[in-house]
Design a protein around this ligand. Structure first.
Ligand SMILES: *[C@@H]1O[C@H](CO)[C@@H](O)[C@H](O)[C@H]1NC(C)=O
Ligand SMILES: *[C@@H]1O[C@H](CO)[C@@H](O)[C@H](O)[C@H]1NC(C)=O
Ligand SMILES: *[C@@H]1O[C@H](CO)[C@@H](O)[C@H](O)[C@H]1NC(C)=O
Length: 383
């Protein structure tokens, strides 16, 4: 009996020590105390893990992380506008009455006369923004680069930091162009694809991959456009937003049923005839690097799903983009001033033509999108 009691006592002491040791380690282990506090801020700055967060909505990040990132609060001290003179906004007299200036989800539609570029430039200069513009000069499309960049130097984001990201399979064909201060040309060599549909669709994948690997470290916003175009009037920071799309010049006035969305249910790009806000152009979209990553990732994955099922959406990348914007509505929309084809004439509401299709002078290079825009709408333009 006495022996048994002694063993029970020893066992009890051992269990107590074991528990105490473990609890002690939980309470005092340093990583447990500090991990919750500092890691989210570091994650956000670190580019590679930043994209892991993309699956979640950024709004869901705990408020404590936001409060803790003190540099943000230091910036607030300088974040005010100096004295500026301009006409007072008039509540009962909107600047434009001939066009829609706001979507039902309160995203502005950008038209001339609806914004003050001086206010916007001051705001964006304070944020020290840099803008990346991506174009694809694949195969013979390298002929468009010179005009594209030369006109961009005159009209695109003048006074701001700009990186031209030129994706090409013919590096040697990219001309030497002298750029303004704070602007640089980055040539990104990429493989070519045989079919132009494939060339067009693979752009989503290439933008996505470079957004994650490179753009996120170099620029704040991305503007993704077609190369067979030229700037013919100002395109500035008024276009920048979380995510933006552009009204297709052929469909701004069309009814839902006339939008050339993908109508086959087997495709991931399918949109039923009783849905849809606008028909967005495949050749002009953008936003923050994170948002463009999400957009291009969605479009590329949707395309790959369709490819696996032997189906390709009717207007290729444009169809997937329209599907994305239907359910992830853009926070700003560019009017057709920002994407126009002069073959379509100049309607009265179009005060400026800022970015227009370059007329083709030989058949080997056809402007797929502008041609589509024009031929798809010839009837309307000429009736
Ligand atoms: C564009 O809008 C500005 C005001 O922001 C106005 O002064 C200018 O006349 C407009 N341009 C045209 C061509 O209507
Ligand atoms: C503005 O951004 C550039 C990088 O794009 C950086 O080198 C520069 O230090 C920044 N300037 C200020 C005042 O933050
Ligand atoms: C491009 O132009 C710059 C000066 O304008 C010159 O220094 C450079 O050597 C040129 N590069 C090529 C590849 O022609």
């Amino acid at each position: 009996m006495g022996c048994e009691k002694k063993w029970i006592f020893v066992l009890a002491v051992m269990m107590f020590s074991f528990c105490w040791y473990n609890m002690r380690s939980i309470t005092w282990h340093p990583s447990l105390v500090f991990r919750c506090n500092s890691q989210p801020t570091i994650d956000y700055v670190n580019s590679s893990s930043q994209f892991d967060l993309l699956k979640q909505d950024f709004l869901h990040r705990p408020i404590i992380d936001y409060v803790r990132s003190s540099p943000q609060f230091d910036l607030l001290k300088q974040d005010f506008l100096h004295r500026m003179l301009y006409e007072k906004p008039n509540v009962l007299s909107p600047p434009r009455s001939d066009v829609l200036m706001m979507t039902p989800w309160l995203a502005p539609i950008v038209w001339n006369g609806t914004y003050n570029i001086d206010i916007l430039n001051t705001q964006f200069h304070q944020k020290n923004v840099s803008i990346g513009i991506t174009v694809f000069a694949i195969k013979k499309y390298t002929v468009f680069i010179k005009t594209f960049i030369e006109t961009a130097e005159k009209f695109f984001m003048v006074g701001h930091k700009v990186n031209y990201y030129v994706f090409t399979d013919r590096v040697g064909d990219i001309p030497n162009i002298t750029l303004g201060e704070g602007r640089q040309l980055v040539i990104l060599e990429v493989p070519s694809y045989k079919r132009w549909q494939e060339v067009s669709m693979r752009r989503m994948e290439m933008i996505r991959d470079h957004a994650r690997q490179r753009f996120v470290n170099e620029v704040d916003y991305l503007v993704c456009v077609d190369v067979d175009m030229r700037f013919s009037d100002d395109v500035g920071v008024e276009i920048l937003s979380h995510s933006f799309g552009t009204l297709h010049p052929g469909f701004y006035a069309a009814s839902r049923t006339r939008f050339t969305y993908e109508r086959r249910q087997q495709s991931t790009a399918y949109i039923p005839t009783d849905e849809g806000d606008f028909y967005y152009a495949g050749g002009y979209f953008g936003g923050t690097v994170e948002e463009v990553y999400k957009l291009t990732n969605f479009c590329h994955n949707a395309m790959m799903t369709d490819k696996g099922n032997n189906i390709e959406a009717i207007w290729h990348d444009e169809s997937y983009l329209n599907k994305y914007f239907l359910y992830h509505k853009p926070t700003k929309i560019l009017s057709p001033e920002y994407l126009w084809d002069n073959n379509a004439g100049v309607p009265a509401f179009l005060k400026r033509r800022r970015f227009v299709a370059v007329p083709k002078n030989h058949n080997a290079i056809r402007n797929k999108r502008a041609l589509q825009a024009y031929s798809r709408n010839k009837q309307k333009f000429h009736s």
